[in-house]
Design a protein around this ligand. Structure first.
Ligand SMILES: Cc1ncc(COP(=O)(O)O)c(C=O)c1O
Length: 273
């Protein structure tokens, strides 16, 4: 299903011009939401982040009620997969809203990650107050994806981005988490990492007393001391990292519990609707 500005179109009409600013400058924002038996999990949180992104990069007069309706229309038409919504600038004063269904993708159960320096990442040098556009979920993903590509070329599943001071940041398309002292940790947002929706849920599980979750910082030199590590994203609710560079990591029991807790939360949220 392909919706362009709220109207269902054929795949061939679901396109933009090479001359659009979205192509020339990567000038756009997006959200991807996972569909669980017709339900778009975390839709309210995704919409909230979408509105924040729109504000940060000056998209004005966007009808987010209409976007929400589009997201439900797509999600309700499919059992699984993702609803992707993009707001793409065409000219200085114009934009188009694209909403479509993406079929499920194959995701490995275990990830191997190659640490890579991310010189372009704000990595905590600026706070959200200092940099108005920090934290935007922008379609400018060229830098992120170059890390994934390099890691794949070196035989890894993906990359793990490292900041200037050696702090572990995030993956090119996922949140990183680790286990130390039988506690689950995710990096602090002050590192300039994305305010990931699955990270938000995990921290809620901590606040609700379901799992032992904390925010923290971990330096690359300390990765050999952790008990386990995992990946979080809309598509990956707690996938195990089996190796970082040459450090082998076991699958800690807490990673199974993260997965299970997400499964339960999806059902709870879906049944409430
Ligand atoms: C850089 C980055 N960090 C983290 C995430 C995970 O975010 P979410 O949990 O909202 O999918 C993503 C998802 O695309 C991402 O691109």
């Amino acid at each position: 299903m392909y919706l362009k500005n709220g109207i269902e179109v054929s795949k061939s009409d679901f396109s933009i011009s090479i001359e659009d600013l979205a192509v020339l400058r990567g000038d756009g924002i997006f959200e991807a939401i996972k569909i669980h038996q017709g339900y778009p999990f975390g839709v309210e949180r995704h919409l909230e982040r979408f509105q924040r992104s729109a504000k940060k990069v000056f998209f004005e007069n966007i009808d987010f009620d209409e976007i929400k309706k589009n997201i439900y229309k797509v999600a309700n038409s499919f059992e699984n997969g993702y609803v992707r919504t993009l707001i793409l600038r065409d000219s200085k004063d114009g934009y188009n809203v694209f909403c479509f269904h993406q079929p499920p993708v194959n995701i490995p159960e275990y990830f191997t990650l190659e640490t890579q320096k991310a010189f372009w990442h704000s990595s905590g040098d600026y706070s959200q107050d200092e940099a108005f556009n920090l934290g935007t979920k922008s379609t400018s993903y060229g830098m992120n994806i170059s890390h994934t590509r390099k890691a794949e070329m070196n035989g890894y599943t993906d990359a793990l981005l490292i900041g200037k001071s050696g702090e572990v940041l995030e993956g090119p398309t996922f949140t990183f988490g680790w286990i130390s002292d039988d506690q689950i940790f995710v990096p602090k947002l002050e590192l300039g990492i994305l305010d990931s929706i699955t990270r938000q849920y995990l921290l809620d599980f901590g606040r609700e007393g379901i799992l032992p979750v904390k925010e923290g910082l971990i330096h690359i030199d300390k990765l050999n001391t952790i008990q386990g590590a995992f990946i979080l994203s809309t598509a990956k609710h707690g996938h195990c990292i089996s190796r970082i560079d040459d450090i082998e990591l076991p699958k800690h029991e807490l990673i199974n519990q993260i997965k299970k807790t997400f499964e339960e939360r999806v059902i709870k949220e879906r049944d409430k609707k």
